[in-house]
Design a protein around this ligand. Structure first.
Ligand code: UT7
Length: 337
């Protein structure tokens, strides 16, 4: 009997219209286009002017449903990966469920920062594999502009807003779907990347506001060192476990935090730069949205093709990190019906 696996059967994304360029940032803080491009690879990012994370997630899912020709009422479960929920509670998944009219679905949020999408994908995969559900939406969305301090040049140049979603369904097709994953966390890394204020440790007060505790804090150098090792190690580990070389992998789909971290991961995997999905130049770091946004864009352009083996890899606050191996089963749009 064939194993029941989860596979991605539809993708969709939403990026806000407003573009914030490096030139715009030069007018806001002491920075310059050359520094941002050479240290990060970012040229511009998108900013959501009206609305919240749930609005972007809802639009990404609607884009997915349109492409799949499916009604929201068919969805069983919605898992939202985010660190910028609309509110502390209810879960953004509930807000999204209502906004898209997913009348039969339940849902919950996953908080794992830049690895959030991989952690949520893991949860969704288990619900499919167990036979409990057959239509699971995993959406990564973050309105990073809501927690970025636009007077702090160390962080404000890095982040942008976006959401992207995938639909998981069961497959019994031999060798296809979500094949393997390795996920990790190390809470001792929390000191280097966090938002201190607003939770039960430091509930909002005038003092927490004055101390700018409701913004992202990042010790960039420490995170960079950990990310370069963590993302490359886990990507190499998933390849070794599955007896794969760089030649077997069609695409590396990396979290988009820094082009230099992405390059280090690709080198370690032994794959050339032409096989790496990169859109950090246009969107910056959109946290939980980066990886599904790549999948959605590369699918739409026809470059991501059925039968290809791909490795998703992420590293982020927590620390959290991980990698997922997929044999892509979704036919590309130009393949014809
Ligand atoms: O997605 C979640 C995980 N996050 C990451 O993976 C991010 C990891 N870290 C990074 O990507 C990099 O550390 C950054 C891009 C954040 C920073 O790059 P860096 O090469 O590590 O620079 P740095 O923080 O060591 O700063 C070097 C210099 C400093 O000046 P001094 O002290 O050498 O005079 C900074 O003050 O660059 C300065 N600097 C800037 N200069 C112009 C920092 N930010 C800026 C800026 N514009 N925006």
């Amino acid at each position: 009997m064939n194993v029941r696996r989860a596979t991605i059967t539809a993708v969709g994304h939403y990026v806000p219209e407003r573009v914030l360029t490096n030139a715009d940032l030069e007018k806001m803080v002491d920075t310059n286009d050359e520094w941002i491009r050479s240290r990060t690879g970012i040229r511009e990012r998108r900013i959501l002017e009206q609305g919240a994370t749930s609005d972007m997630c809802a639009r990404a899912i609607e884009n997915l449903l349109d492409q799949r020709g499916m009604e929201a009422s068919e969805i069983d479960l919605i898992i939202v990966a985010t660190v910028t929920p609309d509110m502390m509670f209810p879960a953004t998944a509930c807000v999204v469920q209502d906004k898209i009219g997913a009348s039969r679905a339940w849902g919950f949020d996953v908080s794992a920062a830049c690895s959030g999408y991989l952690f949520a994908l893991s949860a969704g995969t288990r619900f499919i594999e167990s036979g409990r559900h057959s239509k699971v939406i995993v959406v990564g969305g973050d309105k990073m502009s809501s927690i970025v301090d636009y007077t702090d040049r160390n962080t404000c140049v890095l982040f942008g807003d976006a959401a992207a979603a995938v639909l998981l369904e069961p497959t019994e097709e031999e060798g296809y779907g979500i094949l393997d994953e390795r996920l990790y966390c190390d809470g001792s890394g929390g000191a280097y990347l966090h938002m201190k204020g607003g939770g039960s440790l430091h509930p909002p007060t005038h003092e927490t506001i004055d101390k700018r505790m409701h913004y992202i804090y990042q010790d960039g150098k420490s995170v960079f060192k950990a990310a370069v090792v963590g993302m490359a190690d886990v990507a190499a580990e998933i390849m070794e476990r599955n007896h794969l070389t760089g030649q077997d992998i069609a695409w590396l789909v990396p979290h988009q935090a820094n082009l230099r971290i992405i390059d280090a991961t690709a080198n370690r995997m032994g794959i050339d730069s032409g096989k790496v999905m990169i859109n950090i130049d246009r969107y910056g770091n959109t946290t939980a949205a980066t990886i599904p946004l790549c999948l959605s864009e590369w699918h739409a352009s026809g470059k991501l093709q059925r039968g290809q083996k791909i490795v998703l890899a992420a590293f982020g606050a927590g620390y959290t990190w991980g990698a997922t191996l997929i044999k892509w089963s979704l036919a590309n749009p130009s393949a014809g019906a």
